[in-house]
Design a protein around this ligand. Structure first.
Ligand code: HEC
Ligand code: HEC
Length: 295
């Protein structure tokens, strides 16, 4: 015991010396706050070490008393001490309180911040719905523009022309490179009801001719090979009323599919906006994209 006490005192002195060595220059000047802090440090270190010494000593020297149980697990026995009644009451009380808390207390009947937040969100969502029940084309375009500037411009650029080719130029429906990429790899990210578009629907000069035609806005006479594409995308390329993507322009259905599912293509990946834009906002963004279409 004596050895341990001496060791403890040495430890206190060493810790205090180290503290003084590290932060001693704070004592220059007549600021007594630092002295108080040092005193506090001394108290904390002394109490900690004294407490530790007490329990280490107890572990070393204490012996337990009482009647041993008959069972014995690898040489480790157990005393037949009765459970302290205070502990038992708290144990059972905690279980009862847990059941009360789950089924009666929180959260079924009580106020909760999450509940209040959800109520307010629902209230404002329904206000939004009522206010924009039948928006005019101009309103949709204006709403779409502001939504676009907040949500889409970081990738597509404020003028929607893409930033250094890192996201699609949305003033043109699609580039030749992207059409060729889609013909080669097929497409399934947009989740159209028709299912995936199979890869390699056209090859070589046929693919080139189709890509030039589609990227050019499907103007003039279609190359003969476009007939393959027309079976799904329609002879006018407009997607047969939402069966397949409209290749001519960003119509509402296409924009909705892109926003819901995101898209992966030759440029990169666009994340899904599922749940982030409501129906009116999706319509609005589509209206905005149609309004800025470059000829
Ligand atoms: C079997 C029907 C089918 C045929 C044939 C077909 N497509 Fe598709 N295409 C689809 C479907 C469905 C999608 C959307 C797939 C999805 O859900 O992601 C699609 C997607 C695309 C897209 C991606 C749209 C976008 O915005 O990026 C392009 C481009 C495209 N097709 C071009 C073509 C061309 C060009 C041809 C002819 C060589 C062709 N498709 C033939 C069904 C077809
Ligand atoms: C994190 C960057 C990012 C954000 C944010 C983003 N996009 Fe995109 N978007 C892309 C990329 C990359 C592509 C091209 C994907 C590809 O390679 O085909 C793309 C493509 C598109 C396309 C063309 C899809 C097609 O099939 O031709 C549309 C339409 C579009 N985005 C609309 C939007 C709208 C609307 C928003 C805002 C609500 C938005 N994007 C936000 C990265 C982004």
């Amino acid at each position: 015991m004596k050895k341990m006490v001496i060791g403890g005192i040495i430890l206190i002195v060493v810790l205090m010396a180290a503290t003084f060595f590290m932060a001693g220059d704070a004592f220059q000047g007549d600021d007594y706050i630092n002295a108080l802090t040092m005193l506090g440090a001394l108290a904390i270190i002394s109490i900690t070490i004294a407490t530790a010494l007490k329990y280490v000593n107890q572990i070393k020297n204490d012996t337990a008393t009482g009647e041993l149980a008959d069972e014995n697990w690898d040489g480790i026995g157990e005393f037949k001490n009765p459970i302290p009644s205070g502990w038992g009451i708290i144990f059972i009380g905690t279980i009862i309180w847990m059941l009360w808390y789950f089924f009666i207390g929180y959260p079924t009947n009580q106020f909760s911040q999450i509940g209040q937040y959800n109520d307010e969100v629902n209230e404002y969502n329904s206000k939004f719905k009522d206010k924009w029940k039948n928006p005019s084309k101009e309103t949709l375009e204006a709403m779409g523009e502001s939504t676009f500037l907040v949500q889409c411009s970081p990738c597509h650029g404020v003028d929607a022309e893409g930033i250094d080719g890192k996201a699609q130029d949305l003033t043109h429906r699609i580039s030749k490179k992207q059409v060729l990429y889609t013909i080669k790899h097929g497409q399934h990210y947009l989740n159209y009801a028709m299912g995936a578009m199979p890869p390699l629907m056209a090859q070589g000069a046929d693919a080139e001719a189709i890509a030039t035609y589609v990227a050019g806005g499907l103007k003039g006479e279609a190359p003969a090979a476009f007939a393959t594409c027309a079976s799904c995308h329609g002879p006018d390329g407009k997607g047969m009323n939402g069966m397949a993507p409209n290749l001519k322009e960003y119509d509402e259905t296409l924009v909705k599919h892109v926003l819901e599912n995101g898209k992966k293509g030759s440029i990169g990946t666009m994340p899904s906006f599922k749940g982030r834009l409501n129906e009116t906002q999706q319509k609005a963004v589509a209206a905005f994209l149609s309004s800025i279409k470059a000829e």
